[in-house]
Design a protein around this ligand. Structure first.
Ligand SMILES: Cc1cc2nc3c(=O)[nH]c(=O)nc-3n(C[C@H](O)[C@H](O)[C@H](O)COP(=O)(O)O)c2cc1C
Length: 188
């Protein structure tokens, strides 16, 4: 069982990162081999101009790191999309990568590689009184439908300051439990 987490927050040790570590801890305890990719460390450009004919599309920006991430993603049984809410959506780091799917959307290697994978979302948001998680979870639910992947669920917390979630043991425990659950679900 292989798990790859795409870390969309640029804050190492930030809230999404710590929740993802807890999720990974739970998954690892259930026997999963886990890898976390910090998207902000990579060079992933926006997609650039594409033609209207899907079958004629090619990746105009093959010289950056997007294709290398996809090559790893297609080997994963569980993909964790980890992103805080930024301006009512996922971070630019994750959005740039997701848009790049469209250069390969019809490619059999990508479609077959993603089909049946489990998608899980880890998020954090700063708004103190309303649950803003839907800005991140809803698009990724749609990505799962688009790839015929399986949406396994999500975990998140309302926390604004860098690493603040470390003070919320219940949120970390929930992430850990959901990591273990995700592996058990995919194994069943
Ligand atoms: C550019 C930017 C945009 C943000 N937009 C929102 C938002 O729309 N709604 C919200 O509740 N919090 C918003 N926040 C707050 C973050 O979601 C919050 O601080 C979160 O804990 C950051 O997670 P991280 O530590 O994993 O980076 C924003 C923060 C930044 C830096």
């Amino acid at each position: 069982m292989k798990l790859i987490a795409l870390m969309g927050s640029p804050r190492k040790g930030g809230n999404t990162d710590l929740l993802t570590d807890a999720f990974i801890e739970g998954a690892h305890a259930e026997g999963a081999e886990c890898e976390k990719i910090y998207l902000d460390d990579l060079n992933i450009r926006p997609i650039g101009p594409v033609g209207d004919d899907w079958s004629m599309r090619s990746d105009l920006r093959l010289d950056d790191d997007a294709r290398g991430v996809f090559d790893r993603l297609i080997t994963a049984d569980i993909v964790v999309f980890a992103s805080p809410v930024y301006w009512q959506g996922v971070t630019g780091q994750l959005k740039c990568l997701a848009d790049r799917f469209s250069a390969y959307y019809m490619a059999p290697w990508l479609r077959e590689g993603m089909e049946g994978a489990g998608f899980f979302v880890v998020t954090a948001w700063g708004h103190p009184t309303s649950d803003e998680s839907h800005w991140v979870t809803e698009p990724i639910k749609a990505w799962a439908r688009g790839f015929k992947a399986r949406y396994l669920g999500d975990v998140g917390a309302a926390v604004a300051k860098w690493g603040e979630v470390a003070q919320l043991p219940d949120a970390l425990a929930e992430a850990r439990d959901k990591g273990a659950d995700a592996v058990r679900t995919m194994r069943a």
